[in-house]
Design a protein around this ligand. Sequence first.
Ligand code: NI
Length: 393
Amino acid sequence: MLTKQTEVELSNEQIEEIISWRRYLHQHPELSFREYKTSAFLYETLLTFPNLEVTRPTETSVLAVLKGAHPGKTIGFRADMDALPIQEETNLPFASQNDGVMHACGHDGHTAILLGVAKALSSQQEKIHGEIRFLFQHAEEQLPGGAREMVAAGVTEGLDYVFGLHLSSLTPLGVLSITSGATTSNSDMFHITVKGKGGHSSQPENTIDPVVTSAQIITSLQTVVSRITSPKEELVVSVTTLKAGDAVNVIPEEVKIGASVRSFSQDVRKRAVEAIEQIVKGVSEANGCQYELDYTYGYDSVINEPEATALAFQAIRRKLGETAAVEGEAIMGGEDFSAFSNAVPGCFVFVGACSLDNETPAPHHHPKFLIDEAALADGANMFLAIAEDLVLK
Ligand code: NI
């Protein structure tokens, strides 16, 4: 039997403080790998809380470790902190003061939530059985991502579980959505340069036409999804950029093609890469063209681990109500939380942040992106609930 559980209730002042931190961060957004002021603010603020060991695993990330008075499990809570190169159009009184940079994905909220959780738990050291690591991660928005740098710096060593969240501007307030298994996708891209021999459009016999070759490549790439993987497997291959010649009477020397590839399983991803290489090579050679294929592996899909997922469901339902946690669907978006959850069992939760009266919410990465700040308390309570279940006694 567990001993009687300790509950940590956020006071109104604590919730107000989280909101004020979020607004400060929203006003001062910074781009990926350049979160100097943001991380300095976090570092300085965390040092004012009791019982934390605060360090800088990388140049712009911050780690706060709360060692409990008793032995037990070690758990990690992660928040990302970077903003996007977008000009804000929300007209909020606390809109971005940095021209062309905006917190348009809600990472300001994630950071403020975790700061609030760190403060609330830092005074509970006597009741903590185990250790809590607060992982303030830089650079989620830009490859290769900050998460893998933090993992390389050792922040996941000895962790039993890791948890993270993402505010969602399209999910209703009060709904916390958890997907068992794959929850975000492998997010890759590739660029092809098809090289032929340019010449006059009236004398194709003296050229090697990279335009016709590229057309065949693009058409053949459609078979990667339709013929090479099973209809039951999930895969997207979208050719999205195409740059050929500049004049209608010139067959160009080369054509550039860009595409994105999304999948959930590592096996499907591997077969897709092999098929893409085979098609590009085969069609180019059949037409006498040379080619360069540059395939970029993006973030791995986030796979929610069954035990961590069950723990998150249970904790959220206990603290926020039976209907608060719902089974969600995987999204074809990328998220580098996977670097943490590949290292240790993890669960990533989407926290509804769309005001209930907002019928036309802006999506993430949009100049009018908004969150309902009531979601900040939900996010903080999610982390607190997990801490209560796993390390507070
Ligand atoms: Ni994001």
